[in-house]
Design a binder for this molecule. Sequence first.
Ligand SMILES: Cc1cc2nc3c(=O)[nH]c(=O)nc-3n(C[C@H](O)[C@H](O)[C@H](O)COP(=O)(O)OP(=O)(O)OC[C@H]3O[C@@H](n4cnc5c(N)ncnc54)[C@H](O)[C@@H]3O)c2cc1C
Length: 377
Amino acid sequence: MASPLRVLIHGGGIGGLTLATALARRGHTVEVAELRDALDALGVGIIQPTNALHVMREIGVLDACLDAGFEWEVLTIADPTGNALARIPQPRAGDVPASNGIPRPALAALLGDAAVTAGARIRFATTISALDDDGTGVTVTLSDGSTGRWDLVVGFDGIGSPLRTRLYGDRYAPEYTGFANWRVTVPRQPDVRGVVMATAGQEAKALLTPITDELMYLGAVFAEEPGFRPDPERAHEQLAARLAMFSGPVAEALAAVTDPSAVVHSRISQVTVEEPWHVGRVVLAGDAAHASTPHLAQGAAMAVEDALVLAESLDATDSVPAALEAWETRRRPRAMWVQAMSRAILKQEMGAPTTPEEDALLEVGIPGAAHVLAKPY
Ligand SMILES: Cc1cc2nc3c(=O)[nH]c(=O)nc-3n(C[C@H](O)[C@H](O)[C@H](O)COP(=O)(O)OP(=O)(O)OC[C@H]3O[C@@H](n4cnc5c(N)ncnc54)[C@H](O)[C@@H]3O)c2cc1C
């Protein structure tokens, strides 16, 4: 892009702040409209696989991520008692580390700092009220009453994306998979130096993920009725009951959970926008365009890849629409592959019938997928 662009990003989550940093570092004028009034995040952790860490290096925050998190290299598959059945080294994307666990609030804070340091402005408690794309630019009115004109508007506003509804109506409402994820942060056990995936056949799977020297999080997925919500007074006991077949490190982690409000319960849904991800100069990215189940720990990784590739696509041409076409051509196959693979793993783990296409993906498996995704995006 020969001259700097004016870019409005709707949503200051993981993808939106990564894009804000990547664009502001290139000299574009960037504002982020974020609905929340601060960059807080769920008090649990997230895995940054090697492809996400590669993006973090490209926007200058790799060391900050590693300092705030827990770098690890080996995925351990264990039985319900914690005995290791397999140790699977994780691949590296070039010379960046294989993986990093990090508390979500720490990641939000460091990405926010990076965006502001690069020159982006973050407007909190703000959302888009009206939007008019006349082909040469987009006039946007924000909820604070201000109006501005932008060359590009990016919807990084998450799985429930209001911008998606504005563009496509309710054609791509999140689809509940029938499963929910439970997460809780506990003290890290000294032996948990990488992700430990303990499985009890198709009955249950529990993951221990180190996120700092002191902390790790316990995560588990269960089939649940759409209307189910944990009892706010007993959520920790409900989680323990669901994982009763585990002893060893999982049971030890559960024993440390005495506060029901520490348990985070998330319904697992997915979204696939089948139509082009951009309408004129307004584009959707990250979960807003292609939310997947968390079985490959790649949703945020796809969001940050979307962000960096969008910045690179804008570098390569003077036409915003042409950049958006080129961006989607690069991004859609990879994001759809992650989504299909994640869903196939969910179905396999829960004993649900799989299609021949899903069976082919399952032959690649989680270890194979890690190698596929470590390759350049
Ligand atoms: C249980 C679970 C575990 C996961 N674990 C991993 C993992 O280990 N690794 C991984 O890579 N991914 C993981 N993911 C996926 C990951 O969390 C998402 O894919 C990622 O956060 C998507 O980033 P995003 O920027 O697209 O959206 P988000 O991070 O959801 O950000 C959306 C932002 O938009 C804002 N917003 C919403 N509405 C508005 C509005 N009207 N106006 C302005 N702003 C608005 C929100 O407040 C938010 O800040 C997991 C997901 C789940 C459910």
